[in-house]
Design a protein around this ligand. Structure first.
Ligand code: NAP
Length: 272
């Protein structure tokens, strides 16, 4: 697995797995947990070592149990989770005790005493809220319990605000990026600030015409539309976290390191 080095020196796999519907009834996001661990077992079997979860997904216990059931030692895998709460739902970030309770629950759910990367899941207009949660997360880094901090869905303005006030800098911005919505400006800005950009939903909402164009490009390399879409991001050092409930797709999404898209292909894909 190719890795990218975060600004704090820790390494991050360029391809990890999303988990937001793992172990859920009918694999539907809004459903409850079925506690079926086969998605995790397949992902581990396929070779994934980076697992992206979040408090809001309610899949931390699935990821934690799936990893506990595996033969993997703690230093062989990487867990990302995220602090919850939309802009209009501030209840979980009003005081330090509640913030600590939420973070501590992630450790319990994930059955670990160390989390590799903890992100703020959503941007909040209230800057005090951001810094209140960030300061608590920084204390976990200082205590050696979280390795790296980052954000998700942060735009240029909010990223600059946080970087100006953080004592421990964010090292990653997780951003929606896929054909039809590459989000190139934000990705370029994120990288220029020294953060790693990581693409969420890298295979979602892809128009049929885009799939056909990607398939055509993929034929030259013996790769599928999905592999070409992932490679477009990975080739420009954007990490990806595709998710699949099928072992064959999970394996295919890791098998993208034996070809290089041409400059002409990149220019074509960028316009999709
Ligand atoms: N930070 C955020 O705000 C945020 C928001 C959304 C998601 N995320 C994270 O990003 C992860 C990925 O996003 P996502 O789960 O929304 O969707 P995704 O990974 O972009 O796409 C998943 C879909 O693609 C299909 N697929 C996967 N591999 C394929 C392949 N090789 N060929 C054809 N189809 C393939 C899957 O179907 P099959 O199961 O049939 O393969 C599934 O329907 C999430 O799980 C979550 O961890 C973060």
């Amino acid at each position: 697995m190719q890795k990218i080095t975060l600004a704090n020196g820790h390494a991050l796999d360029l391809v990890g797995t999303g988990t937001n519907t793992f172990g859920k009834i009918n694999h539907e996001y809004t459903q409850g947990l079925s506690n079926d661990l086969s998605d995790m077992a397949y992902a581990i079997q396929a070779g994934y070592r980076l697992f992206d979860t979040a408090v809001s997904y309610r899949t931390e216990p699935i990821v934690g149990q799936g990893l506990a059931n595996s033969a993997l030692a703690r230093d062989q895998f990487f867990i990302t989770t995220k602090f919850p709460g939309r802009d209009d739902d501030p209840k979980d970030r009003q005081n330090e005790a509640r913030i600590r309770q939420i973070i501590d629950q992630s450790f319990a759910n994930l059955q670990t005493d160390r989390i590799d990367l903890y992100l703020l899941h959503h941007p909040w207009k209230n800057h005090e809220d951001i810094l209140r949660v960030w300061r608590v997360l920084e204390s976990y880094v200082n205590a050696g319990r979280i390795n790296s901090l980052g954000v998700s869905n942060y735009d240029q303005e909010l990223l600059e605000f946080l970087m100006a006030h953080a004592r421990i800098q964010p090292v990653l911005n997780q951003i929606e990026s896929h054909p039809g919505r590459w989000n190139d400006d934000l990705i370029v800005f994120t990288q220029a600030k020294g953060l790693v950009a990581q693409a969420w939903g890298p295979l979602t909402n892809v128009a049929e015409t885009s799939r056909e164009a990607l398939s055509e490009i993929g034929q030259k390399y013996g790769k599928s539309w999905a592999q070409v879409a992932l490679k477009y991001n990975v080739q420009r050092q954007v990490a990806v976290i595709p998710k699949s409930h099928q072992l064959c797709h999970q394996e295919a999404n890791l098998d993208i390191f034996d070809f290089t898209l041409s400059a002409e292909d990149l220019a074509h894909i960028q316009k999709l």
